[in-house]
Design a protein around this ligand. Structure first.
Ligand SMILES: C[S@@+](CC[C@H](N)C(=O)[O-])C[C@H]1O[C@@H](n2cnc3c(N)ncnc32)[C@H](O)[C@@H]1O
Length: 336
């Protein structure tokens, strides 16, 4: 017999989208990814172990598997799939850091719930939701700040060699990593250039945990660690690195930061802005990151022309863009 879909089936993809975030959040709250082991798990046993309602646990797993998290292997059994594995606490340091920083905490959900207001007004809702801008919030929440810093290191650290390959630092005596966080990019650069000095520059909350090589290890003698606000001033140098810093800020603030580099930079100093490009259609997460930037910090992803315009307003000469072997691009400008 011909079977006609009922209307809810037509709407299925929309319901999956609607439910997915809440299902994910519930699975994380209940630590379901950690409860399922290597073998398919019986939902009844799992509910008993975790002290959950058996019927609802079963129904939750069914819905999760429809949304793409976990794989149904039998009437009462579920196994991990590639997405649920990413949510396990032992799935790897980077994945765990992202989950702990951006997927689990209430503060994230509260901001996303205000996206509608943000789209109406064009103003990032973070401050109205949390009473302070994101970085002030971090300054007052050491645990969140530490998670955030570690997440940046673990998720961006992989790109250090590619960025160091793409930024031409020949002849540079002193480089400042502006908003350098825990400093692993600067570590990579100083290891490659034994004559070079470096300064790791960031706000206080970000410098609580700095790479040990820079703080006390072999590179400490060539590395200064300086607390400051790049909107106000940056140290003098021959080159500046700003990786994933400008996408945190609106255009006027970016111009303020770049102007500080233009003022402090030695003649001909190089400014390397390392970012994803909004026009990069190869990487489908860029539009998601773009919205995340709006929500958290009022920032955005930009294209080449927009970076060139920021440089011009800051009195810097735009030199061009270099792709790296990752999703990041190195956008270069010169002082003077
Ligand atoms: C997305 S994280 C990137 C960290 C680091 N550049 C990396 O690639 O691992 C942005 C960094 O910019 C820093 N930052 C934001 N606003 C700043 C400001 N006004 N002055 C100095 N640093 C700032 C943050 O503290 C944070 O460490």
């Amino acid at each position: 017999m011909d079977r006609r879909p009922i209307f809810f089936e037509t709407m299925h993809p929309v319901f999956v989208l609607l439910h997915a975030g809440y299902l994910l959040r519930t699975a994380l709250d209940l630590r379901l990814p950690d409860l399922v082991g290597e073998e398919p798990a019986s939902v009844a046993e799992l509910a008993q172990t975790a002290g959950l309602n058996a019927d609802l646990t079963h129904r939750l797993f069914r819905a999760l598997s429809v949304a793409g998290v976990f794989r149904r292997t039998g009437p009462d059994t579920y196994a991990h799939n590639e997405f649920s594995l990413l949510l396990r606490a032992d799935s790897g340091d980077a994945a765990a850091a992202v989950v702990n920083t951006f997927l689990k905490p209430d503060w994230t959900w509260q901001v996303w719930a205000s996206l509608t207001d943000g789209v109406r007004t064009g103003t990032s809702p973070f401050s109205s939701v949390h009473g302070n801008d994101f970085y002030t919030f971090l300054g007052r929440s050491p645990e969140v700040a530490e998670n955030f810093g570690r997440t940046m290191t673990l998720t961006l650290g992989d790109t250090n060699p590619a960025v160091a390959d793409a930024a031409d630092l020949d002849g540079v005596h002193h480089v400042v990593d502006v908003g350098g966080g825990q400093g692993t990019l600067l570590r990579e650069v100083l290891q490659r250039h034994p004559e070079m000095r470096g300064t790791l520059f960031d706000i206080e909350a970000a410098l609580a945990e700095v790479d040990a090589e820079l703080r006390t290890g072999a590179l400490a003698g060539r590395c200064a660690i300086v607390t400051g606000d790049a909107r106000e001033s940056v140290p003098a140098a021959d080159a500046y690195l700003l990786r994933m810093v400008l996408h945190n800020w609106d255009d006027d603030t970016c111009v303020r930061m770049l102007s500080r580099c233009a003022e402090a930079g030695n003649p001909g100093a190089r400014v390397f802005v390392v970012e994803m490009l909004r026009t990069d259609e190869e990487h489908s997460f860029v539009p998601l990151m773009d919205l995340q930037m709006f929500l958290l910090v009022g920032g955005k992803e930009r294209d080449e022309e927009e970076f060139a315009a920021l440089f011009e307003r800051a009195g810097l000469r735009f030199r061009g863009v270099r792709a790296t072997s990752t999703a990041l691009h190195v956008v270069e400008a010169r002082c003077g």
